[in-house]
Design a protein around this ligand. Structure first.
Ligand code: ADP
Ligand code: MG
Length: 232
């Protein structure tokens, strides 16, 4: 996962909905080879930050850079091409396509069109056996759909991966399997940002945690320090 374009970073990012400031001067870097987590209660602004970084929400002020280059005004699809992939909380697969076909779409939309990329992603997410790969994406259980989503994002060979609540709807075994995949990606040099409600997952997974409240980052550091300090 070459990442000459990384890191993705936010500088003084502010976002406003109808006069309500949901994000208030956030600074954040998503370094390569690390898992960076953003946690905080409902309404803290986690998803708003995610949408600004992914390019689906225009910030009111502040800047977003990729390897120092200003991408604040780049649309979402351009960021995908630059190597910033994301998954969708409302899972966005094409129901009439098979799992393999859905993952190939990700390869076409991504940074690099490597012929092996879709196959590697299918294998990494254990979607490669004959029965699974030709299964229509309609009517898949949540855990499988989330793996298809992740494989689709990885098939574009991103250097940076943004995940909003990746553990939502997964059982304990599925969360453990997801954590193994995400750790392997970071070990290979990918930059990961995980926006997550589930503190237990973050405690086990993240190298750095940013705790958000009311649109601001209130504390940052390794999970052992930050999550203790944030506890009631
Ligand atoms: P989180 O993901 O941490 O739960 P969000 O970023 O979704 O928080 O929301 C932050 C704040 O912005 C909340 O108060 C929420 O009600 C508000 N908000 C989010 N989306 C919208 C929207 N589309 N219009 C108006 N307010 C919104
Ligand atoms: Mg959210």
């Amino acid at each position: 996962w070459p990442n000459k374009l990384a890191p993705l970073a936010a500088h003084g990012l502010t976002a406003v909905y109808d006069g309500f400031t949901a994000l208030d001067g956030v600074d954040l870097t998503v370094p390569p080879g690390r898992i960076t987590a953003v946690v905080g209660p409902n309404g803290a602004g986690k998803s708003t930050l995610f949408h600004c970084l992914a390019g689906t929400l225009r910030p009111a002020s502040g800047r977003i850079t990729l390897g120092g280059r200003d991408i604040t005004r780049s649309p979402a699809h351009a960021r995908t091409r630059l190597g910033v992939a994301r998954t969708f909380q409302q899972l966005a697969v094409f129901p009439s396509l098979t799992i393999t076909e859905n993952v190939r779409v990700g390869s076409e939309q991504g940074r690099l069109r490597h012929p092996e990329a879709a196959e590697q992603a299918l294998r990494l997410l254990s979607l490669h056996d004959g029965a699974t790969r030709h299964h229509p994406a309609a009517d898949l259980p949540t855990g499988t759909l989330r793996r298809v989503e992740l494989a689709r994002a990885l098939a574009g060979r991103p250097h940076t991966l943004l995940l909003d609540e990746p553990a939502a709807g997964l059982d304990t075994a599925e969360v453990a399997a997801l954590a193994r995949v995400l750790r392997a990606l970071a070990a290979d040099g990918m930059a990961l940002l995980v926006v997550e409600h589930d503190i237990d997952l973050v405690a086990n997974l993240a190298d750095t945690v940013h705790v958000m409240a009311a649109g601001r980052i209130v504390t940052s550091g390794p999970p052992t320090e930050v999550l203790q300090r944030a506890a009631p």
